[in-house]
Design a protein around this ligand. Structure first.
Ligand code: 0X9
Ligand code: ZN
Length: 781
């Protein structure tokens, strides 16, 4: 987010950049101070949330504050950065003020101390600490040197102060009929804005993981054999260096503007619609557009690079923070010609990111999702190109949503990298292959025995193309030999189909791949290198041990020792929709679910969980393998809803969900819910990863509001316990899943004892016929 004085500049309020002065200590560890340039400090400054009730109050607050941190300020809560005197002035207006960051300088100092401490730790990986410009360039060089077959490095040009801006391209070696020189390109760059430190770390993480995954991970290998990934970590190298030496919160480049101010905002300096809305003409402003389009070497460098790489089809320009996926346009609220494509890709990237750590980034066009901004890289990349060179360009604002802002703790680099790698791979697949296949419920972990197995597949042609009608097929074979037999997928709606796998024997594997065509006769497959590669889920039987549609409360317990919530107590009811809770249960059958108070009430904060905890405990259920089956894997599954992102103190609570295998005497955590899907989310856990499955299992859901006054709504529906297994093979006499000498000995013992267990043919008598039949079965295995 752009958290600076631009609003004040545009609203012609008061002078702004004065806080960027006065200093003593270094901004960051081991940084070399620039002679004559004191380190900028933020002593005594805070970030506070002020609740304003009119535009008048809003303007008054914006006029007083050092800067505004909320990106679309309006009536309601507004985050502002203030000096002690400014805070006094706001308080004197009689407005409600809540402290968000009590000491800005302390936050920066804590970050320095953390970086220093991490440097002293020898066992940390490269991605567990922030890195200087020099360190990033060194690592980039090492990656290139260690992967000569797949990487080449380049410099796109020098910055204003003469620093090289480096990048690497990654693609698999030439293959027959698939030359490197013909592959579509995708670019991931970061750090147009200097202080957004998690950006360069994130794209470096991509480079690291792509190289580690090439040749070892099927998905990454397929992507890199069919596209070229370009990574440019630090576009604004001067600014980035300056955040390490002098001012941790510097955003722009280091242009001397001539009026005593410094810096042009690179992301307002691109030529497409340069000079429009959402960019400043004031050289002191944080979104200063520069004297002319492409006046800055940093933007010229990247433009020239893009123009010199005409196979580029997509790009993501990484920024921080706010957790947003942004698509064109920034300069206008009008939708771009490819709005449908962008909607689809936004939602693909969003789901991919959420699948990793459960964080749902908000997706949409720049103008309406964050704010109007003209002269940005995304608009130029998409708008200035012409068919077929239109680049599908995105901005991603990385973590977090404001708790730490630009000074994101270093232990969030890897989770940020992981979730965004998932998004980046999803986008790469869209441009690398003629057809993209995704699995809304995941790939089938196992196929059912005795019946066909259905699963959902999304089939989408690469952006700008279409699918040939009826061309989407699944090719499958039961077992591991013979030909793959095609079966046409059944269209459900839109781009979603049902694929059906053939009946197969329990304990074997069913092998399959998917295929579809475009009118240009391009064939896409999943996995991409099928039929050399294919999916091969084990065929098993799912035995349902417990199912509860949450339509009756029999056996459930509301409340537990220590519960102290004053409202929002769990109840079984039909929920009423609010911004925080569902308007219907999850299941197709029935209408009820467990909900933390069903009535909507007068506002979103009415009837949510307040004042403490409320616990919901399930009936006891059995998760053991049934008789006659091999020891199987028990799974517990449920649908849940959780919302904690509404109101004035969002994301301050969480909901533990726990499991017990001893009827509730002791509990083990399955998950701590913090993600705000604001939708029904299915969760499935393998019980043995938490506790041994027994006949005495329980689940409990602890919704809570721990004093912050945040809005908490939770719901639970459709609980299911299953055991995935296969019937015992005939000669597996002790039913442990293996036919061995032990089975033979056990059978002989039973036979000798005349036990009915030895009645192998089930005719009610133990005779020599049983013995012979057992021996035949034993020899088959
Ligand atoms: O204002 C920006 O440049 C971006 N937000 S940030 O807080 N990282 O500064 C949003 C960029 C939107 N993209 C374009 N306008 N191209
Ligand atoms: Zn930015």
């Amino acid at each position: 987010m752009l958290n600076q004085s631009i609003r004040r500049a545009t609203l012609a309020l008061s002078a702004s950049a004065a806080f960027l002065l006065s200093a003593t200590a270094l901004a960051q560890p081991d940084a070399t101070p620039i002679p004559g340039q004191p380190v900028v400090r933020f002593d005594g400054q805070r970030v506070v949330t002020v609740t304003v009730t009119s535009m008048r109050e809003l303007l008054a607050v914006m006029n007083i504050a050092e800067s505004v941190w909320t990106h679309t300020p309006g009536v309601g809560p507004v985050d502002v950065q203030v000096t002690p005197a400014q805070l006094d002035a706001i308080t004197q207006l009689g407005l409600a003020v809540q402290v968000k960051i009590p000491d800005l300088q302390a936050l920066i100092d804590a970050e320095s101390a953390d970086i220093r401490a991490r440097r002293a730790q020898r066992d940390l990986t490269w991605f567990q600490n922030y890195k200087t410009l020099a360190e990033i360039n060194t690592y980039l060089g090492q990656l290139a040197a260690a992967n000569l077959a797949t990487v080449s490095s380049f410099t796109i040009g020098n910055t204003l102060l003469g620093k090289p801006v480096n990048g690497i391209r990654i693609t698999g070696p030439d293959l027959p009929g698939n030359l490197k020189s013909a592959r579509p390109q995708i670019m991931f760059n970061a750090c147009q804005h200097a202080r957004e430190w998690v950006g360069p770390m994130t794209v470096m993480y991509f480079a690291d993981q792509l190289l580690a995954g090439y040749g070892t991970d099927q998905r990454i290998t397929d992507i890199l054999n069919n596209s070229e990934v370009i990574i440019i970590p630090v576009v604004n190298a001067d600014g980035y260096d300056f955040t390490w030496t002098t001012n941790r919160l510097w955003r722009k480049n280091r242009r001397t503007n001539g009026d005593g101010s410094f810096g042009v905002d690179p992301n307002r300096n691109w030529s497409y619609q340069w000079g429009g809305e959402g960019a400043s003409t004031n050289p002191s402003a944080e979104d200063y557009r520069g004297p002319s389009a492409f006046s800055e070497p940093e933007t010229q460098n990247l433009r020239n690079f893009v123009l010199a790489n005409p196979r580029m089809r997509a790009s993501i320009d990484f920024h921080s923070y706010s957790q947003l996926i942004l698509s064109p346009w920034g300069w206008t609220s009008a939708l771009p010609p490819d709005a449908t494509i962008f909607d689809q890709l936004n939602s693909d990237i969003r789901s991919a990111i959420a699948s990793v750590n459960g964080l749902f980034y908000t997706a949409g066009p720049i103008y309406t999702t964050i704010y109007p901004a003209s002269g940005g890289a995304v608009d130029w990349n998409y708008g200035a190109g012409s068919t077929p060179r239109k680049i599908l360009a995105f901005t991603i604002e990385l973590r977090d949503t404001g708790a730490n802002g630009f000074t994101l703790p270093a232990d969030q680099i890897i989770p940020t990298g992981q979730e965004n790698l998932a998004g980046a791979l999803s986008l790469s697949e869209s441009i690398a292959f003629p057809v993209k296949f995704t699995f809304p419920d995941g790939l089938p972990a196992n196929a059912d025995t005795g019946t066909t197995t259905n699963f959902r597949v999304n089939v989408v042609a690469s952006p700008g193309s279409t699918l040939s009608t009826g061309s989407a097929k699944v090719f499958a074979r039961p077992g591991s030999t013979g030909a793959f037999t095609p079966a046409t997928l059944t269209l459900i709606s839109g781009t979603t189909y049902t694929a059906t796998l053939p009946v197969s024997t329990c304990g074997s594997n069913v092998q399959f791949y998917l295929e579809a065509q475009t009118p240009a006769a391009a064939t896409g497959r999943s996995p991409a290198s099928a039929p050399t590669a294919f999916y091969t889920p084990p065929v098993q039987q799912t035995v349902v041990k417990y199912t509860d549609a949450a339509e009756t409360s029999a056996g459930w317990t509301i409340g537990a020792a220590g519960d102290n919530a004053s409202s929002g107590i769990w109840e079984l009811a039909v929920p009423q929709a609010t911004a925080a809770q569902p308007g219907a249960d999850h299941s197709l059958a029935g209408t009820k679910c467990w909900i933390t108070s069903a009535p909507a009430g007068a506002s979103v904060g009415a009837n949510d969980v307040d004042g403490g905890t409320t616990t919901l405990t399930s009936p006891t259920f059995d998760a053991t393998t049934p008789a006659g089956f091999q020891p199987g894997d028990a799974y517990i599954e449920y649908w849940r809803w959780y919302s904690n992102d509404q109101g004035s103190a969002p994301n301050t609570d969480s909901m533990p969900i726990q499991i017990s295998n001893n009827g509730g005497s002791t509990w083990t955590q399955l998950e701590l819910v913090t993600d705000n899907a604001n939708a029904w989310v299915n969760k499935r856990f393998k019980v043995s990863n938490f506790v041994a499955p027994t006949a005495n299992m329980k689940l409990r859901f602890i919704a809570r509001d721990l004093g912050s006054g945040s809005i908490v709504e939770a719901a639970v529906d459709d609980i299911l316990a299953t055991v995935v297994t296969c019937p015992c093979k005939p000669a597996d006499f002790n039913c442990d899943g293996f036919v061995t000498g032990e089975d033979f000995d056990a059978y002989v013992d039973a036979f000798t004892a005349g036990s009915l267990a030895a009645d192998f043919d089930g005719d009610g008598f133990v005779t020599g016929e049983d013995f012979d039949a057992f021996v035949v079965a034993f020899e088959i295995g």
